[in-house]
Design a binder for this molecule. Structure first.
Ligand code: KIV
Length: 282
């Protein structure tokens, strides 16, 4: 049985912190599941860390569906959230269509979308139709071209607006909300006012949970390392060294060895080649 949105909300009730990470493929999803991560996000950060774009903007709903399918296949317990990409939820009808595709074609259990009070009517329509929705406030990467990549909610007006946006999302039926790049004190204030869990990224330790891009945790993506990311391993170095070792062994002839291949006995091979040669002579 997979973790449900009620299980996630009960964790807030018990004061149990909620770890969430992104995954984009089957193999990583299996490892994340083995680490007992209850919430897995197939984020549109896919665009940068997997597809090599410079932002999330070019990511399509088909990209997210393709990768979400793999993550769903790699997990049995985690609640998988699929991100709705840029301009895929500009109306309730469009949001219903695309969220429906994510749940039905990709098999995830919830969707995430960015924005506050302005998207609350869309969140309401989705939840009324049976689609669990996670909100996303603060720095919202799909609006990078208008917001700039910087901490949000620093003025009194912006902080007030953010609290109102969070309440609007809760009222519209969101089951949780991501708070990205906002001051820690503001994140604490939002967390205290909401019944639903807050999941922070660059928003301090006072949120109910934390989300990180798995490539940042593992040191796999080296183009850009956000300040809010903690690198637990440097796998890019490990992988580079392993591939270089392999290449050196192929070049030097020490890989493969007999143990990496299969055998045919000399007599069978001789018979096969002899037949071939006699056919060539005919
Ligand atoms: O796309 C993503 O990975 C995200 C997280 C950073 C919250 O939205």
């Amino acid at each position: 049985m997979r973790v449900s949105i009620q299980d996630i909300q009960a964790m807030k009730g018990r004061g149990e912190r909620i770890p969430m990470v992104t995954a984009y493929d089957y193999t990583t999803a299996q490892m994340v599941e083995a680490a007992e991560i209850p919430l897995v996000l197939v984020g549109d950060s896919l665009g940068m860390v997997v597809l090599g774009y410079s932002s999330t903007v070019p990511v399509t709903i088909d990209d997210i569906i393709h990768h979400t399918r793999a993550v769903v296949r790699g997990t049995a317990q985690a609640l998988v959230v699929g991100d709705l990409p840029f301009l895929t939820y500009t109306s309730a009808e469009q949001a219903l269509h695309n969220a429906g595709r994510l749940l039905q074609e990709a098999g995830c259990q919830a969707v995430k979308l960015e924005g506050g009070a302005a998207v609350a009517p869309i969140v309401e329509r989705l939840t009324a139709a049976g689609v669990p929705v996670m909100g996303h406030l603060g720095f919202t990467p799909q609006s990078e071209n208008t917001l700039g990549r910087r901490v949000q909610g620093k003025t009194a007006a912006a902080a007030r607006q953010l609290v109102q946006d969070a309440l609007a999302l809760e009222q519209a039926g969101a089951f949780a909300v991501v708070l990205e790049l906002i001051p820690a004190l503001l994140a604490e204030a939002v967390t205290a006012r909401l019944r639903i869990p807050t999941i922070g990224i660059g928003a301090g330790a006072g949120c109910d949970g934390q989300v990180q891009v798995i490539h940042d945790l593992l040191g796999l993506y080296t183009d850009y390392v956000p300040r809010h990311a903690k690198r637990y391993r440097s796998l890019a170095d490990e992988i580079r060294n392993a591939v270089a070792e392999y290449a050196a062994e192929v070049r030097g002839g020490s890989f493969p060895t007999a143990q990496h291949g299969s055998k045919i006995d000399q007599a069978t091979l001789h018979e096969a080649l002899a037949q071939l040669e006699s056919k060539e002579q005919d």
